[in-house]
Design a protein around this ligand. Structure first.
Ligand code: HEC
Ligand code: HEC
Length: 354
């Protein structure tokens, strides 16, 4: 009996010491070739390359890894939520909600903006991706050992991290590479070939109604009211690098805004109620609108602007009741619909791999 027990104990002790060392040493990946190929980014005809893109060297392997991570709930604390849960491809990479704010679209996210987030909290894209990953309001990325363990337990991630970043061992998998890969993927989400762009290039014509909508949007026809939109939603990206209060909330005091927006970051009371002026390319693909998703259709958005919204001290001087007729409201809607880029969804590089 005794020698058997000793042998058994010895075996237990051996395996007991052995498995942690295997884990600590990780797995050698140097047998897998590391030859990243530059990613051939095709810039839609209506855009020029982002001046910020130089910061990112895109590779096929990096973009592919970023795509897997984007669609994979593996990064969230309880493995239930992925980036795509809130940034839904069919809804202009938007549509989901955090605690109180609507997800911003990720299309053209590589272009300069006055900070990422509705309040402009992050200066750089990587910084904001880190925020989305780590914030308890969003993914709440597990701690380093756990996320490493999860990724290593799949058949593909160790190989993909090696191929994208040349890591030599699975122990090198970390959040820095996760952020870098996600950033590469987000950089390929470009939209700039809608009907509007084709009309600008002379390849198509607007319908008379769309033309009336465009004329009001850009104040191009003295016979039609000026809808003032293009002061803030400026082509080609139909956004501006500014924050504005477009009159959504009825308040008596700066403290009354339910979400202070930009004011929550700067601490300046007159920034309260100001939000980033978002791009409205592909906006017709969305199902709720504004920073908190309070409006449920583009018709409501246009009715809101037509009403002029709520005046307050920091209310933008570009806004006022527009006096649009029912036809004119509809014409403006028709124009907004020409900003949808239907080609976008045909790109296999952005489709979910799962
Ligand atoms: C629970 C929903 C949710 C999830 C999951 C989520 N996001 Fe977001 N995302 C949001 C919301 C809401 C905002 C606006 C945040 C704000 O204003 O504070 C946002 C904003 C962003 C922005 C800023 C865009 C801009 O134009 O400023 C980026 C970039 C982004 N998310 C990337 C990601 C990535 C990458 C992931 C996955 C790692 C992710 N998000 C997961 C809801 C989500
Ligand atoms: C003073 C600048 C300004 C003007 C002028 C302006 N907007 Fe906006 N727009 C904004 C801001 C800021 C937001 C985001 C506000 C928020 O959510 O708090 C916004 C949001 C939107 C949205 C919702 C986007 C989304 O993703 O939810 C649409 C659509 C829109 N504007 C269309 C228009 C149209 C059409 C006009 C002209 C009738 C117009 N805007 C005029 C600043 C402006």
């Amino acid at each position: 009996m005794r020698p058997i027990i000793i042998l058994f104990a010895l075996l237990l002790a051996l395996t007991g010491c052995h498995s942690p060392t295997i884990k600590d040493e990780g797995e050698d990946l140097t047998g897998i070739p590391y030859h990243p190929k530059p990613y051939n980014l095709s810039i839609p005809k209506g855009l020029t390359p982002s001046p910020w893109l130089d910061d990112h060297i895109l590779t096929e392997e990096g973009v592919l890894l970023g795509k897997y991570l984007f669609y994979d709930p593996i990064l969230s604390v309880d493995s239930t939520v992925s980036c795509a849960t809130c940034h839904r491809p069919a809804e202009s990479f938007s549509g989901g909600k955090g605690k109180s704010r609507m997800a911003l679209t990720l299309l053209n996210v590589s272009y300069p903006r006055s900070g990422y987030g509705w309040d402009g909290r992050s200066k750089r894209l990587e910084e904001h991706i880190s925020y989305m990953l780590n914030s308890t309001m969003y993914l709440q990325l597990p701690d380093a050992p756990l996320i490493q363990k999860r990724l290593i337990s799949t058949a593909y991630y160790p190989k993909m991290f090696r191929k994208a970043f040349g890591i030599q061992n699975t122990t090198e998998i970390n959040s820095k590479y996760i952020v870098a890969a996600l950033s590469q993927f987000l950089n390929i989400l470009l939209s700039g070939d809608s009907k509007y762009d084709k009309v600008v290039r002379g390849e198509m014509f607007f319908t008379p109604e769309e033309q009336d909508g465009a004329d009001m949007f850009f104040d191009a026809n003295p016979l039609l009211p000026d809808a003032e939109c293009a002061h803030c939603h400026i082509p080609p990206l139909f956004y501006s690098e500014r924050f504005a209060n477009n009159g959504l909330d009825s308040v008596k005091n700066y403290r009354d805004f339910t979400d202070p927006g930009r004011g929550g970051i700067t601490g300046i009371s007159s920034d309260s109620g100001k939000f980033r002026i978002p791009t409205i390319r592909n906006v017709a693909l969305k199902s709720s609108f504004m920073h908190d998703g309070r409006l449920q259709s583009l018709e409501e958005v246009i009715q809101f602007y037509n009403s002029g919204g709520h005046r307050f001290d920091n209310y933008s001087p570009f806004l006022h009741p527009l006096g649009l007729s029912e036809y004119q409201e509809h014409a403006l809607l028709s124009f907004l619909q020409t900003l949808t880029d239907s080609k976008l969804r045909e790109n296999p590089d952005i489709e979910s791999p799962f």
